[in-house]
Unconditional design. Structure first.
Lengths: 144, 144
DNA sequence: CTGATTGCAAATCATTTGCATTTGG
DNA sequence: CCAAATGCAAATGATTTGCAATCAG
């Protein structure tokens, strides 16, 4: 079973558990985020869906409402770049981001060294870490 | 000579060097950011200035234009929280943040190990780093 | 003088909200 | 059934832009 199917199953469980109602739209929106390797803005998602599901006619507000719900239930997460939220799946392991300030390209990475050091710093300051965000900004190979 | 005075001197140099014109407004806006220990939104700055310099009558657009200029010239920097940019001086040495999710206490720290590793990661990905932001979220000693 | 900067108002962009209509359980 | 979700349009909030008036060099 693909990861996407699993996450959609998880969505259905959450909806059932909360006593809400499942809809095709919300599943399409989630699937669109899950299946894209890039970070997508609400508008990106709206455009992709409008093209792929011409018949459906999904409104922008629905996209925003669904994204908000999906982020709250931690099925997806977002980062803000250039005054715009970009969404991605929350099921591909923790990673941090390199962001090109010119072309906005995003590269994901993960460094055990940094993760270990973060834990050490937290411990030194008597903090119990829950999560963190790290963005490195600069010029990518093409833009520098 | 205070740090603030030094930075304002720097602003004047930049303006002269670029052949632009110095204004009281821009200096007031810069000074407001420099002298505040917190991160301020454009509106925060506008409000502080409106109160402190009742006679001046500085417009919101002027605040935004000045902040943009000051960030471009790297006299200040910003982070985006909750769809709103918050500005702070760029002259108190680089640091990252530990944030308590319960009491909102913020501890600033700096780790050479992490900085070095970040440079290494950037290099591996052919990035030229300009800056970065790192926030570690968790419970502080008092709240956990 | 003259081009840069200001300050107002109007415009824009991303996102949210109100509400009548539709739909899932 | 009926509360939840949709989809449109209008509202919002942060930021930008156009432009006439002002001001610094």
């Amino acid at each position: 079973m693909s990861n996407t199917k699993q996450v959609i199953k998880k969505l259905r469980e959450i909806i059932k558990q909360k006593g809400l109602k499942n809809t095709k739209q919300r599943e399409i929106i989630l699937e669109t985020v899950l299946d894209d390797k890039n970070h997508l803005s609400a508008e990106d998602i709206y455009n992709k869906i409008s093209k792929k599901y011409k018949d459906e006619n999904i409104g922008m507000a629905t996209v925003y409402k669904a994204l908000k719900f999906l982020e709250e239930t931690e099925l997806i997460n977002s980062i803000t770049i250039d005054n715009t939220k970009k969404f991605e799946t929350n099921f591909k392991g923790h990673h941090d981001h390199l962001v090109c300030v010119k072309c906005n390209k995003i590269i994901e990475f993960m460094s055990e060294t940094i993760e270990d050091e973060q834990e050490k710093i937290a411990k030194d300051n008597k903090f119990v870490l829950l999560k963190h965000t790290m963005y490195l900004y600069g010029y990518c190979g093409n833009c520098s």
